[in-house]
Design a protein around this ligand. Structure first.
Ligand SMILES: Cc1cc2nc3c(=O)[nH]c(=O)nc-3n(C[C@H](O)[C@H](O)[C@H](O)COP(=O)(O)OP(=O)(O)OC[C@H]3O[C@@H](n4cnc5c(N)ncnc54)[C@H](O)[C@@H]3O)c2cc1C
Length: 489
């Protein structure tokens, strides 16, 4: 049993788990990492992301960082309760400490630590810079590590690999439940190893860093509703994240945080095998459903700020699918190809009737829809795909608020789009040390949640903050767990 006793047990080896494990080791702890995937697929979502961080420079988060989080901190929380958030945590009422809203102290800690995390990652050879994106223009500032999330996994994972006496990996081992002692403190993890072999890995500090539940159809259906049958993880890594971290913590009494009924939605081509095969040009054409009808404003604001809302509407359509329809004028838009990451060619027709056949929608309905849209387009010039050009339709429902140009010139093209699930929002309430808060507002001794397990988002995802959340909360958890390891033998 001694072989399976550690100071800190980390579940998951994406950015959150690796940051926690390496930080704990650097602070003197002996660490175990449990990872469901085989070694050559370790890293979950982190392995596949470009890992953009909402930064202005490597020393500061974006100008809009705190405002965006404040705007999306919860539903309509009771102001009589949240007003006490200005008090020191120890003086806050329990009802607030366990409330399912985003804690401003946690957001401030993430903003404060993000530059320090970047400086720490630099010690492993990671360099941040501006990275080419799939948006023609953006509403905020973003930077990323050269080499993306894979570079993060390789750098931190490589460091851990080279210290086998201090950091021990258990691959193809899935954590199932927490072991708690009689005092209410965490004592370890029960897991399932290769071949359905049960395993008990002991440790008085456990960091749950095993992602959301985007890889778990049962939880998705339960929390996000029946239309979630039409969504899928945006990359292979998401299939490994099946919600055990969230479940384990809730079973131990943790307070929930983050919007359990929602997730970060991205519009992708369902035919593609590419990683993150986004289709983000739809604002330049129209979106139709599989009845051949428009169902939303395709251009309410800049795409990077609105695609999540539009994509969720696609999920809500009858079969969770829509088609972005264009004419030849798409080619007049410089660089539009950067906005489509699917390498599968679009469906094409010399006439709208031909295109309807390719899509599989009623041709008369499609023609009626496009005719009505064309008649509502403005005749004025001023089309500008890089700004909100104000070219809006009149007299058609739904309206298109920007970039409205008639669809008249063959060939006609369409990309199918479904809603993919980057990661789920429902998670666990933590404090600014990534310690798990229980439903009574108390800390669960020895239990930490980091990365996607730590609930941070309601309504709309504050883009380019999830890898940052993982690195920062992982570092917080690793440091706190390592320094407390002797206080709770
Ligand atoms: C294609 C793509 C693009 C993205 N772009 C961005 C971006 O630009 N900026 C941004 O901020 N975010 C982005 N994201 C989201 C971001 O990458 C993730 O939310 C973040 O990396 C999650 O880190 P994590 O450590 O919490 O989880 P993960 O990186 O998913 O790691 C979780 C790990 O836990 C393991 N695991 C799961 N369950 C268990 C279990 N029971 N037992 C043991 N191990 C388990 C998994 O195998 C995995 O290795 C993107 C995601 C994808 C897929």
């Amino acid at each position: 049993m001694d072989d399976l006793s550690f100071d800190v047990v980390v579940v998951g080896c994406g950015i959150a788990g690796l940051s926690a494990a390496v930080t704990a080791q650097q602070n003197g702890a002996r660490v175990a990492i449990l990872e469901r995937a085989p070694k050559d697929e370790r890293g979950g979502n982190t392995r596949y992301t470009e890992s953009l961080w909402r930064m202005k420079t490597v020393d500061a988060v974006s100008e809009d960082f705190l405002d965006k989080f404040a705007a999306n901190a919860g539903g309509w929380p009771d102001p009589g309760i949240v007003q006490d958030a200005v008090l020191d945590r120890d003086f806050q009422p329990r009802v607030l400490r366990s409330l399912g809203v985003v804690d401003p102290q946690v957001v401030a800690a993430i903003a404060d630590d993000a530059p320090k995390a970047i400086a720490w990652l630099a010690t492993f050879g990671i360099r941040f810079d501006e990275i080419p994106m799939y948006f023609l223009s953006q509403s905020t500032t973003r930077m990323g590590p050269i080499g993306g999330g894979l570079a993060l996994v390789e750098a931190l994972g490589g460091y851990a690999d080279s210290r086998p006496d201090e950091i021990h990996f258990f691959y193809e081992t899935a954590a199932r439940s927490l072991i708690m002692d009689e005092t209410g403190r965490v004592a370890g993890i029960e897991a399932l190893g290769d071949g359905n072999v049960p395993l008990r890995i002991m440790g008085a500090n456990v960091v749950l860093a095993c992602g959301g539940f985007q890889g778990n159809p049962e939880m998705l259906s339960h929390y996000c509703g029946p239309q979630s049958q039409f969504i899928r993880p945006v990359s292979r890594g998401g299939h490994y994240n099946r919600g055990e971290g969230v479940r384990m913590a809730l079973s131990a009494g943790a307070a929930p945080c983050g919007d359990f009924g929602s997730f970060h939605a991205q519009p992708v081509d369902p035919r593609s095998t590419d990683i993150e095969p986004v289709v983000l040009n739809y604002n330049l054409g129209v979106l139709i459903n599989d009845s051949g009808k428009r169902f939303t404003d395709e251009g309410p604001a800049m795409v990077d700020a609105t695609y999540e809302v539009v994509t969720r509407l696609i999920m809500g359509e009858r079969h969770g699918i829509a088609y972005a329809v264009f004419d030849a004028s798409l080619d007049e838009v410089q660089n539009w190809t950067v906005t489509v990451r699917s390498r599968v060619p679009p469906l094409q027709g010399a006439t709208l009737k031909d295109l309807a056949v390719e899509i599989g929608v009623d041709d008369q309905e499609l023609i009626r829809t496009i005719d009505a849209y064309n008649a509502a387009c403005p005749t004025s010039d001023g089309f500008d795909p890089l700004t909100l050009d104000g070219l809006s339709t009149t007299g058609v429902d739904p309206r298109k608020s920007n970039w409205a140009r008639p669809i008249v010139t063959p060939p006609f093209r369409a990309w199918p789009i479904i809603c993919s699930n980057c990661f789920t929002f429902g998670g666990i309430k933590i404090d600014e040390h990534a310690r798990v808060v229980n439903t009574e507002g108390d800390i669960i001794p020895g239990l930490y949640a980091a990365g996607e397990v730590a609930g941070l988002y309601y309504r709309v995802y504050t883009g380019a903050t999830s890898v940052m959340r993982g690195a920062v909360t992982g570092r917080m958890a690793g440091a706190d767990a390592a320094c407390r390891r002797n206080s709770f033998p």
